[in-house]
Structure formats: C-alpha cells, structure tokens
Design a protein around this ligand. Structure first.
Ligand code: KG4
Ligand code: ZN
Length: 394
C-alpha cells in the first residue's frame, strides 16, 4: 500500500488515541483511556482527563510508532483533533502535536473530531484483526453490524459512501450530519441541546444504581443479563418521553434533527422516586403494578426511548435529503438495541447502513490519522501554525 504516512492524535475527551495510517491502510490504533479514573465521579471530569492526557500522550505516541514499526523520521505529516471537545483535553493533544511538528519540521493538520469519526471508514477495511489498544476495555466486536436488518450488505466498504447521513452518538456528543464530501461538504443537521446520548445512559444508570459507564450496564440489565434471568425486559412497560419529537418539534427546522435527553433523565428520576415510595408503602393494590416491574423492564424502556428518537430522526434526515446511506459512529454504537433497530429501519427504508468496528467507533487516533492522510493526498495545505482548539460545535 502507498500514500502518505500520517500520525494522528486524539485527545478531545477521555481517550488518548494515537493512530498511524499509510494512505488508506491502518498500521496502528493505540488508545489509552482514563475511563477508570472517572468511574468514581460517574462521568468524565475535564480536569482529570487533561491530566491523564499529559501522562499518556508521550508513551502512547511511542507505543504507536513501535507497533507500526516506523520511526518519526518516516512520518510525512501529523494530524491532531482541534475540536470540538473539552478544551483542556484538546490543548494537551494539540500542544504535543505542535511540539512534534516543530521538532521534526513536519506539516501539521488540525482536524475536526466529527469529520474524523466519519473519515475512519477510509481505513476501516483493515481492521479485521483486533487493533492494538491499552486499557480500552470492551472492544473486539464484529467488524460490521450484526443486526437482523443488515443482510445483503457488503461486509466492508471501501471508504465512506457519499452522500450519506451520519449519526454520531457518544458520551460527549450526539449529532446528525449530512456528508456530501468528507473534506469540504459536511453539514451539521442537528445535535443535542442538553445531554449527549451516552451521558443520558450514564446518568440514568447512576439513578438506577448501576455503575459507570452506564451504557453497557443498562444494556445488560435490559437484556436480563444483570439479574441472571436471561429474560429481556419489556420495552413498553414504562412510558418514557421522546425528546423534541412532537409533531410541532418535527415541523420546526431548528428542532427536527435535534435531540434533548434531559426530560428523559427527569422522568427516570421521577420513576425511581415513585418506585421507592411504592416499595416503602408495602404492597397495596395500587403499588403492585409498579413494584412488580423488573430492572430489565425499566432499562429496556429507557433504552428504547433513546434509540427510538435517534433512529427516527436519522431516517427523517435520509428521507428529507433523498439520501440512502447511513453511517453510525461514537461509543453508543456499541448499543445492541441501537444497532439492531437502526439496521431494521434502514432495511425497511431501503437505506444501507455502515457501522465501523467498535474500536473505530469510539474516540481514537486512527480516525484523525485517516482524515489527515486524506487531506495530504488531496494536496491541501497544513493548518496555520497558530491554529487554536475549539470546544463547541461551530
Ligand atoms: O465514544 P466513547 O467511547 O467516549 C466518549 O464519549 O468519550 O463513548 C462512551 C459512551 C459512554 O457514555 C457509554 O455509556 C456509552 O458510550 N456506551 C453505551 C454502550 N457502550 C458504551 N451506551 C449504550 N449502550 C452501550 N452498550
Ligand atoms: Zn467522539
């Protein structure tokens, strides 16, 4: 394989990621996560994340170079996430990248994190083998969606299909984007106006007494794995709200593709309070219905409420724009109900769906390197030397 040898650095949230690609070939995807340090806080603490990046960045760059079997002398360009993300965390990665670029004289590209999530598909074909990680935990999932609806889809595609609609869902962000071209035609159609989807999982898990990160635990509970019964919960048992989904919201261009998960969190809190009161009151007939509910029922209902809105709005975006391809990215892509529901609804709508391997869905350096290599290949100039980090979406 040929093409530019690019080292990519990602530090927008709690993962310190370094990836190296040669053109569209992935050589390494090395990740150090500070997730463990955030567990006791029940969410990512920006200050803790920044410090963890400071410690991890040097060793992770070294590990990536060793793993790829290259040295800094071989590298043609450096790419780094410039935003959006936590500004302190971003600054650590950008400072490291600027230092490396200054020391080596290599061109440096500041990369948009959301575009990188999508660009990762450029190198996703290579990830049939488990990628190198350190401390990234539960990865190594199948390379493509394994939902019931994804029959007849190629197992891999060569790079992102355009035009497409991307649904990016993680602990730090939740967006629907229209991608006409990876480099110069990405349009943000909508985003969350409060919590990110993963954050909603994490906060609700906490309310239900499940540990951080909450997403995987809510899924396990909903599938009946946590209570050992193996009996999935009833997703229709608790009526949780679907944020920004009334007919009026959907008519409003500013809300049509936007998300709100804070009402869901409040509803979950209200549910837990009512449940505990019912338990405390013994079991009068009126409380029976509530106290008979299993954790599996509550979590399945919650999960379905989140997934329902994500999937519905993604397909609305496809329909509105006449686009028949969807890409899913972000850590919440690990959610099985989301994968399956999206695959099913895409199948019904005649829309193809692409889900990169999970370790490329979560934040990583490979996606940054992949987009960097694309910019180099297209002959685009590096970023100005004094480019700054940006924390918000625009
Ligand atoms: O992209 P990611 O690894 O990192 C950041 O956002 O920084 O995403 C992590 C998020 C967490 O909020 C976690 O609870 C959620 O993804 N998550 C899940 C699942 N696995 C991880 N949410 C729902 N279901 C899952 N199976
Ligand atoms: Zn991300």
């Amino acid at each position: 394989a040929d093409g530019p040898l690019v080292l990519g650095i990602e530090s927008s949230c709690d993962e310190t990621g370094v990836g190296i690609v040669r053109g569209r070939t992935l050589l390494t995807n090395t990740v150090a996560s500070s997730m463990d340090e955030h567990v006791r806080f029940g969410g990512v603490v920006p200050e803790v994340a920044s410090r963890a990046h400071v410690h991890a960045i040097g060793p992770t760059v070294d590990e990536a170079l060793t793993d790829a079997g290259v040295t800094l002398d071989d590298i043609d360009a450096i790419a780094v996430t410039a935003g959006p993300g936590l500004s302190g965390a971003l600054m650590v990665g950008v400072a490291a990248a600027k230092g490396l670029a200054a020391a080596t004289g290599l061109p440096l590209y500041g990369i948009n994190h959301l575009a990188a999530h999508i660009a990762v598909d450029l190198v996703a074909d290579d990830l049939q083998q488990p990628a190198t990680t350190s401390g990234a935990g539960d990865i190594g999932q199948p390379a493509t969606a394994s939902g019931p609806g994804d029959t007849g889809q190629p197992a891999t595609a060569s790079g992102p299909v355009t035009p497409s609609i991307a649904l990016l869902v993680s602990g730090g962000h939740t967006e629907i984007l229209r991608i006409g071209d990876l480099v110069d035609d990405i349009e943000l159609l909508g985003a969350t106006i409060d919590d990110a989807a993963g954050e909603a999982f994490d906060k609700t898990a906490r309310l239900l007494g499940l540990s951080y990160p909450g997403g995987p635990n809510i899924s396990k509970a909903a599938a009946g794995i946590l209570d050992g019964t193996g009996q999935p919960g009833d997703p229709a048992s608790v009526k949780f709200p679907r944020g920004l989904s009334t007919a009026k919201d959907l008519r409003d261009p500013a809300r049509r593709y936007s998300f709100s998960f804070s009402g869901l969190k409040t509803a979950a809190l209200r549910f837990v309070t009512a449940y505990e009161a019912a338990r405390a009151a013994g079991s009068p007939e009126t409380s029976r219905q509530l106290t008979d509910l299993r954790l599996a029922d509550v979590t399945a209902s919650f999960e379905t409420a989140v997934v329902d809105v994500l999937v519905t709005k993604t397909l609305l975006a496809c329909e509105d724009h006449g686009i028949d391809h969807v890409m899913l990215g972000g850590g919440v892509a690990a959610n099985r109900r989301l994968r399956e529901t999206l695959a099913e609804r895409c199948g019904e709508a005649g829309v193809t769906l692409r889900i990169p391997p999970l370790n490329l869905c979560t934040d990583n350096g490979a996606m940054v390197a992949a987009l960097g290599a694309e910019l180099v290949t297209r002959g685009l100039p590096p970023s100005p030397e004094d480019f700054a980090v940006f924390s918000s979406l625009e």
